[in-house]
Design a protein around this ligand. Sequence first.
Ligand code: ADP
Ligand code: ASP
Ligand code: MG
Length: 436
Amino acid sequence: MKVLKFGGTSVGSAERIKSVAELVSDGERKIVVLSAMSGTTNSLEEVTRNLYKKDNEGANKVIDELEKRYLDTVEHLFSSGEYNTKGKGVVSTYMEYLRSFTVDMFTVYEEKAILAQGELLTTALFYYYMQEQRKSSVLLPALDYMRINSKNEPDTRYIENNLKSLLEKYNTEKVLITQGYICRNAFGEIDNLQRGGSDYSASLIGAAIKADEIQIWTDIDGMHNNDPRVVEDTQSISELSFDEAAELAYFGAKILHPTSVLPAKLANIPVRLLNTLEPDASGTLISSKQEKNRITAVAAKDNITAIKIKSGRMLLAHGFLRKVFEIFESYKTPIDMITTSEVGVSVTIDDDTYLDEIVTDLNKYGTVHVDEDQVIICVVGDLVAENKGYAHKILEAVKHVPLRMISYGGSNYNVSLLINAKDKESALKALSDKLF
Ligand code: ADP
Ligand code: ASP
Ligand code: MG
């Protein structure tokens, strides 16, 4: 059994939804994971921001716009009067629910429930469309099986057990439709797997049911060797290892959510990245196989802050790094890159919520210098030490760019460079020119 996930643009209009219905109706049994229509979760976030500010009028305006878009989708999606009415009914139920928060109390508990409405809406409309087309399908409510624990980690045993009983219940159905992104938390409340998390849903589902393959259907023909939003003429990569994919996803290749590789890797389930707009293109296959002797791809992670701690004392003396790391740990702030010398240590973070507190604490150990607006450029490939000359090639390509940090040897697959945000485009282009 396969798991097929369709992202926001793949279900972004009536036409797109119709193509997805066609794609999934090949008679094979499968789980179909759907995101919200593109832009919806952003709008829902805007609704909650307005509600927090008690700007009910602003919230209603966004809800009105959403309603207009969904009614238009219904109009173009269904051909019969019966399903048109059903579709409109679905839209008005969800919109009334959203509007209820502009009248009644809105608290932090409802925020996640509001954010969940996008995925609930697409799956409800998709299910009705399948019915209208006389294609048999069933809805698997993600809120009945997808759960995170008190540490915000997936509760894998719960997910496995609950999915298993649902699959047994619908053992003859070919198309099982479910929501990406949404889940319950340890208290049973509606929660989510973070923005872009439908990929993670698909991977968790795939691992839980030991799927033959996890397919991530999106608006591009697989993982490209550089960021197609910045560099022209990027190429799709036919095969990637789980480790390479994880590095690229973590360091900015938006096509995959950073957390989505690990469940598939642990369960050794191949992940295929495919293009809804070009369903016959081969896309990218991610598996445990590592291609040898190549630089595979480049990605960039924005909004990075670099922190340098310099000390006249024996900085790297026994226990010093532990003390530094403990400060980041106490503010639950992950470190991405790290470089050290005898007199200083530089680290990068992408979550600067507690930057002031961290700097205050670090000041106890030396002079602290902060650089904001940095970007991590991550070059991924078969970068084992024996592959002589690769690091040289990478550095040669960016010789015109000021380099703030260089990290090599942390894994066998990655070289990371920290540069100023203003040099990102030029660095990515130069790397494409010289490496591919
Ligand atoms: P979805 O809504 O289907 O989840 P996303 O927008 O999250 O889709 O991811 C697809 C987008 O990722 C592409 O449109 C592309 O612009 C962007 N992207 C960034 N880096 C890469 C890359 N290295 N390869 C392919 N796509 C990339
Ligand atoms: N709809 C959610 C988001 O926009 C999840 C997803 O699309 O993966 O973040
Ligand atoms: Mg995505």
